[in-house]
Design a protein around this ligand. Structure first.
Ligand code: PEP
Ligand code: MN
Length: 263
């Protein structure tokens, strides 16, 4: 179902009124975690002004340590929804557990399946049974074929609305955190009709590497760019060190816009 052969025309996925694919660029931005209400409003206002069209924030966080901040849960979902509505942006948030899909789908326009859960087949089956579009992130050790097979799980359960995301794979050099596999973008587009976006934030883990990788992703044909933005990275509840400041995001968004006009 995911293959280009079966479906030659590129799919366009509607996320709460914002289209991704077939020439429509998804500009997803926001903090890693849903945080304090006033901060969320500030960040949303600034990224929307910069050109973001979908707001992100995690309410359920898959953390390496069980003692690290785990997210605000349902209170976070509610806050994300309110902030998205206030700034006229649909919202995407991660769902980490099949038992939470229904709840997350009540609040979010798009369900994110994170890299660590790409092959959580129970979760894929559950988001496949949902009507919400899904943002499926490539696992950090997953091949492109693995990624497409996971999309196939969702499609085969009856949900055709899947957007893929390249967010870097395990390399050997921690200096670039994950290897941003930009070639996966045109490869996925050759093999599949599904849109694919890039996430240079989780791919590189370094603010100074994000703009170049975002531009490279778009130049390679990506259908969108996902970037983490925080107005005070030092106090962020998660992924602070990789966050762009709102003004840095604004500069990047304007460069991406210029690049898009050339493509
Ligand atoms: C995230 O989007 O904050 C996240 C945890 O991403 P990934 O699953 O790609 O690591
Ligand atoms: Mn993050």
């Amino acid at each position: 179902l995911a293959s280009r052969e079966a479906h030659p025309e590129s799919s366009v996925i509607d996320v709460g009124g914002v289209k991704i694919g077939g020439g429509h660029i998804g500009m997803i931005a926001g903090p890693c975690s849903v945080e304090e209400e006033d901060r969320m409003h500030r960040i949303a206002e600034q990224v929307a002004k910069a050109g973001a069209n979908i707001f992100r924030g995690g309410a359920y966080k898959p953390r390496t340590s069980p003692y690290a901040f785990q997210g605000l849960g349902e209170a976070g979902l509610k806050r994300l929804r309110e902030v998205g509505d206030a700034h006229a942006m649909p919202v995407v948030t991660e769902v980490t557990d099949p038992r939470l899909v229904e709840l997350v789908a009540e609040y979010a326009d798009m369900l994110q399946v994170g890299a660590r859960n790409m092959q959580n087949f129970a979760l894929l089956n559950e988001v496949g049974a949902s009507k919400r579009p899904v943002l499926l992130k490539r696992g950090m050790s997953a091949t492109v074929t693995d990624l497409l097979m996971c999309a196939e799980y969702i499609l085969s359960k009856g949900n055709p609305n899947v957007v893929l995301c390249e967010r870097g794979v395990k390399g050997f050099d921690p200096a670039t955190r994950n290897l941003f596999d930009v070639a996966a973008v045109p490869l996925v587009q050759q093999l599949s009709h599904l849109p694919i976006i890039v996430d240079p934030s989780h791919a590189t883990g370094k603010p100074e590497l994000i703009p170049a990788c975002a531009m490279a992703g778009l130049a390679a044909g990506a259908d969108g760019v996902h970037v983490e933005v925080h107005d005070c990275p030092e106090v962020a509840k998660s992924d602070g060190p990789q966050a762009l400041l709102p003004e840095q995001y604004a500069e990047l968004a304007s460069q991406l816009k210029s690049l898009a006009t050339l493509l």
